[in-house]
Design a protein around this ligand. Sequence first.
Ligand SMILES: Cc1cc2nc3c(=O)[nH]c(=O)nc-3n(C[C@H](O)[C@H](O)[C@H](O)COP(=O)(O)OP(=O)(O)OC[C@H]3O[C@@H](n4cnc5c(N)ncnc54)[C@H](O)[C@@H]3O)c2cc1C
Length: 461
Amino acid sequence: MSQFDVDLFVIGAGSGGVRAARIAASYGAKVMIAEEYRVGGTCVIRGCVPKKLMVYASRFSLEFEEAAGFGWDVGDATFDWATLIRNKDKEIDRLEGIYRTNLERSGVTVVDSRAVIEDPHTVHVLKTGERIRARYILVAVGAHPTLEPVIPGGELGITSNEVFHLKEQPKRIMIVGGGYIAVEFAGVFAGLGSEVTLLHRGDKLLRGFDDDVRDALGASYAQRGINLALGRTAQRLDRTPDGIAATLSDGSVVTVDQVLVATGRRPNTKGLGLEKVGITVDEVGAIPVDSYSQTLIPSIYAVGDVTNRANLTPIAIREGHAFADTVFGDRPTIVDHDLIPTAVFSTPEIGVIGCSEAAAWARYGDIDVYKTAFRPMKATLSGAHERMLMKLIVDKATGRVVGVHIVGHDAGEMIQLAGVAVTMGATKADFDRTVAVHPTASEELVTMRTPAVVKRPVAVG
Ligand SMILES: Cc1cc2nc3c(=O)[nH]c(=O)nc-3n(C[C@H](O)[C@H](O)[C@H](O)COP(=O)(O)OP(=O)(O)OC[C@H]3O[C@@H](n4cnc5c(N)ncnc54)[C@H](O)[C@@H]3O)c2cc1C
C-alpha cells in the first residue's frame, strides 16, 4: 500500500486550485481539495464575477440618459439595490454549485474545511482533525483585502469582501485607493447614483498604467462628477450622527455613509504552517516559487495570488494547469508572465496589453507612438461627453507592436483580440494591412498612420 492517502492535496478551491485539481485528476491522480469558505474562490464568490455584474448594473443609468438622443423616453428610471444583490447572490450560488459538481465529476474529493500544512507530506484538515498524507501539496489559498494603512477609526471602513453584501446602497461613499478595484467600484457606485469620493495618495489613478490612460480615466471620472481627492490620505475616521467623517491629510473632512478601503491585498499565508516546513514568505507574505511554481520544499508547490506574481484569475488558472501538467502529466510547463492582456472595468473601460509608453522607452530604447482620442459615433446623437483613447506603442527596431492601450466602451473585449495579434508578434505593418471593420471604434486600431510627436524621456538613451 502507498505511504500516501492521496497523490495531491490542494489547499484552496479558487481559480488556481480548482484548475490544478481537475487537471491532475484527469491524469489519473487521486486528488483531495480543501476549501474553508466557498468553492470558486475570490473570483467567483467576491471578485471578478459579482463585480462585473455590478458594473453591468451601474451602466444602465448612462444608457437611459443617452437613449433620449435616439428618440427614447424611458421615463423616471429607478434602481433597487436589494434586487441587484439578491439576483447577484443567486447567480453566485449557481456558479458555486457548478464548480463543486465539476470537481466531483472529475473525481476530486472536496473537503469543506480549513487545512494547514503539518510537514512536507501532511495536511491537517481542521474540521475533522484528520491528517492526510499527500505525495504533493499545492498551496492555492489566494489573498485577502486589508484595511491598510492602519488609522484611528480605520475599522469603520469595509473592504471589497463586504461591499458585495451591503444591506443598503450608500448614498455617499468614499473609496480609498487608486488601483483597479478602487476605480472599478468608484464607477459602479457613481453609475448607481451614489455620491462618490475617490481618495488616493498618488496624483493620478492606476499606477503602472500608461500616463495617457491614467489621464483619460481621471478626466472622465471628474467629468462624471466623481470627487477625485488625489494626493491626499485619510488620517482618521469618526462615527458621527451624520455618518462616517473622514479627516484627510489636508485637514478637510468628508462625511459619507460608507468607506470602502481598496488599498491592497495580502497573501493568505498566516497560520498556514509554512514555518513548520521551513518556507519563508517574502515581505508581503507571498510564497517564493520557481518558474514551475515549486517552493524550496520539493513536494510543495504554490500557485495564484498567494505567490503574488500577476494577481489575476486567468494567471492563477494557467499556473494551476501548468503545475498539473508538470507534476502529473509529464509535460514540464512554464507560464509566461510577460504579455498579459488585461481589463479594468471602470466606466469608461480600459484594455491593455504590453508596455506603457514610459516602460517601452526604457525597454526598447527607441519607439514610435500612435494615438488617437475621439468622440465615439454613439455619442454624436446621445450627447454624451465620452471620449475614446487608442494608443499603439511600436518598437522601432523590429516594427513590432509592444503595447496597446484602449480606453472606452468595450475596451476589455477589444484587448482580448488585439492580445492575440500582439502575442503572435504582430508588427505595425500587420496592423496596417488588416482591413478596417466599419463603422466601429476598434477600426482606429488599424487606421492610425502617423506617429505622434513624443518626447524621449531624459533618462533614456
Ligand atoms: C474585487 C475583486 C475583483 C477582481 N476582479 C478581477 C477581474 O476582473 N479579472 C481578474 O482576472 N481578476 C480579478 N480579481 C483577482 C482574482 O479574483 C484573483 O486573482 C484570483 O481569484 C486568484 O485565484 P487564486 O486561486 O490564487 O485564489 P482565490 O481565488 O482567492 O482562492 C483561494 C481560496 O482558498 C481558500 N483558502 C484560503 N486559505 C485556506 C485554507 N487554509 N484552507 C482551505 N481553504 C483556504 C479561500 O477561501 C479561497 O476560496 C479580482 C479580485 C477582487 C478582490
